[in-house]
Design a protein around this ligand. Structure first.
Ligand code: ADP
Length: 591
């Protein structure tokens, strides 16, 4: 309960408690002392007054029992000193009493039994507080002996009603109480002021620490005092400044790290020791089609749906060892990844795992392309070489003298050698272009003129198959390009358009303008290309009908060379075709 009360209230209570206890003790002792002192004071003044009164009593009159004189004397003096005065003879009989009429005195009982009277008659000073039967109230009695020479002739008693004494005491008490209340009020006011001056800086510190705990490090406590609280405020300010600085540094580093992570081509996944995802980078978002927001606190497999990767992570966590492996991703895309997974240690215990995955699909594809290429080249070379070897052996074995056939055999050998030569030339050309070893000799090229030149080279073939040519390229079509290379492009495309055309077919050559580019189209009315092959005809050695292409003297490299030359010019090459309806080969170049 007390622990819930505010610091300010606690301080006020403590102050109040201490003040009340101290004042209580002071008031208690003061009150007791005052009462005693006042009583002693009243008693001694009563004794003094009694002595004075005793002097007034003429011993003669007492001896003679002059009641009238004594009566008059006590009445007079009683009025003067506001006390009841009684004179008693040495036998205890009352001679005069200021509080009783003369007639009643005779009826008063003997006073010898009263302790104060008895003390006085034996020579002492009697002091007694008692209820007076005569006056019906509490009285303070002081009695003295009346001496005539050495002899005690009677006793004089002064009586004061105690309510008189009480009155004096209560006045005194009231004064003390008023003083105490005033002092208490003053103390309370002062304690309020003091507590406020103590609690305010503390409250400021509390406010500042709350802000710090909420992550606001910009707040500073303004505290001018140089005491402990001032020192605490300074320390807190310094701490907040340091924290602001450190957190700024950490934020900066985090941002840098995040920038590095996100600019990485490799995908990065961090998981905690429970196998929950902690962070992923941009590449992972792309590969697994997830977002960073949805991974928070989720299980690995909930987000990254790949068992192989999950197993690698489990192996790393279980053994605390680096694992490198290759995985195939089927969903969302078919890809091959190299996976490197490292355990993250915290005080020599595995506290998580860092997985870096690297897309090696292209590397693997290139490897396949390369090995396919070697196989293809070997195969392409082998066929003509086997034929050449076969015919040379036939000639050597006697056919050389066979006048009817030897020339025919040599012509076959020449054709195969021609094919080998073409193949080697195309391969060289292709390898040069692919390795970017050749430098384009750019000049303004008249495309129509160049096309006509190529067409004239195919005059015989065109005439033989009665193919109709329509060259609608404009005379003004001048494009900056490498003339020899573009000639090669035209040669390859027109060669195909003739080779794969029908008898009496048509070849149309025209251009279209597309934005800043120019599209050159070589359209034929030939056999066309089946849809399944369309995307592959630009690959090296790819032929729809291998036997037919070979028969027609093709190497399967023509379109590949076209594609590379056009790309070297910053353009693209493509084809639209329907089987049996002809093909539209085109290339687009920037103007
Ligand atoms: P090739 O030396 O066999 O002509 P290319 O690379 O020039 O090699 O062509 C590849 C394949 O594309 C050809 O074998 C053929 O099947 C197909 N092709 C090329 N041009 C045409 C065309 N105009 N019409 C039909 N098919 C074509």
């Amino acid at each position: 309960m007390f622990s819930k009360i505010s610091f300010k209230l606690k301080l006020i209570f403590s102050f109040f408690f201490v003040v009340i206890i101290s004042f209580g003790i002071v008031a208690f002792f003061l009150d007791r002392n005052l009462e005693r002192n006042a009583l002693v004071e009243i008693e001694s003044s009563l004794i003094n007054q009694a002595r004075l009164v005793e002097n007034q009593i003429t011993k003669e009159k007492l001896k003679n029992r002059d009641f009238v004189f004594l009566e008059e004397l006590v009445k007079k003096l009683s009025l003067a000193i506001s006390c009841r005065i009684t004179i008693i003879d040495n036998k205890g009989n009352v001679l005069a009493d200021s509080g009783v009429t003369e007639a009643a005195i005779a009826k008063m009982e003997n006073h010898l039994a009263r302790p104060e009277i008895w003390l006085a008659l034996t020579g002492g000073t009697g002091i007694e507080t008692r209820y007076s039967q005569t006056l019906k109230k509490d009285m303070l009695y002081v009695a003295l002996p009346i001496r005539d020479e050495k002899e005690i002739t009677g006793a004089l008693r002064l009586a004061l009603p105690l309510d008189n004494v009480e009155k004096v005491l209560s006045t005194l008490r009231k004064t003390v109480l008023a003083g105490v209340i005033f002092a208490l009020a003053l103390c309370l006011l002062l304690s309020f002021i003091i507590v406020r001056s103590i609690a305010n800086p503390v409250n400021k510190i509390i406010l500042a620490s709350r802000k710090i705990s909420k992550g606001d490090f910009t707040h500073r406590i303004i505290q001018e005092s140089k005491d402990e609280i001032g020192e605490l405020a300074d320390t807190l300010n310094k701490m907040s400044e340091d924290l602001e600085h450190k957190i700024g540094e950490i934020k900066n580093k985090n941002q840098q790290l995040e920038a590095v992570l996100n600019s990485m081509i490799e995908g990065v996944i961090v998981v905690d020791k429970a196998g929950r995802l902690v962070s992923i980078n941009h590449s992972i978002e792309n590969i697994f089609e997830i977002t960073r927001q949805e991974i928070k606190g989720k299980e690995f497999l909930e987000v990254v749906r790949n068992n192989e990767l999950f197993e690698i992570m489990n192996r790393v966590m279980a053994r605390g060892e680096f694992v490198s492996s290759e995985i195939m991703l089927v969903w969302p895309v078919r890809k091959t990844f190299k996976v490197n997974a490292t355990p993250i240690f915290n005080r020599e215990r595995v506290s998580g795992c860092l997985i870096v995955i690297h897309d090696i699909t292209e590397i693997r594809r290139l490897e396949t392309v390369r090995s396919d290429f070697v196989a293809n080249v070997s195969h392409e070379l082998k066929t003509p070489l086997t034929s050449i070897k076969g015919f040379i052996e036939t000639l050597l074995e006697g056919a050389l003298d066979d006048k009817n056939n030897n020339r025919h055999f040599l012509e076959i050998i020449r054709d195969h050698t021609e094919r080998l030569n073409n193949l080697v030339n195309d391969l060289l050309e292709l390898s040069q272009i692919e390795n970017r070893e050749i430098e384009l000799k750019i000049s303004e090229v008249d495309f129509k003129g160049l096309c006509d030149k190529v067409l004239s080279g195919f005059k015989v073939a065109i005439g033989k198959r009665e193919i109709k040519i329509e060259n609608s390229l404009a005379d003004s079509l001048l494009i900056r390009a490498d003339k020899d290379k573009i000639e090669q492009v035209f040669t390859n495309l027109i060669d195909n358009a003739i080779k794969f055309n029908k008898e009496k077919g048509l070849i149309k050559i025209y251009s279209e303008e597309i934005n800043e580019n120019i599209k050159i189209v070589i359209e034929d009315s030939g056999i066309g290309i089946p849809t399944k092959d369309i995307l592959r005809v630009f690959e090296r050695f790819y032929r729809v009908d291998k036997a037919r292409s070979r028969e027609l003297g093709g190497t399967g490299l023509g379109l590949s060379i076209v594609k590379h030359i056009v790309e070297l010019h910053g353009g693209t090459a493509g084809v639209e075709s329907h089987e049996g309806l002809g093909s539209k080969f085109f290339f687009i170049l920037p103007k």
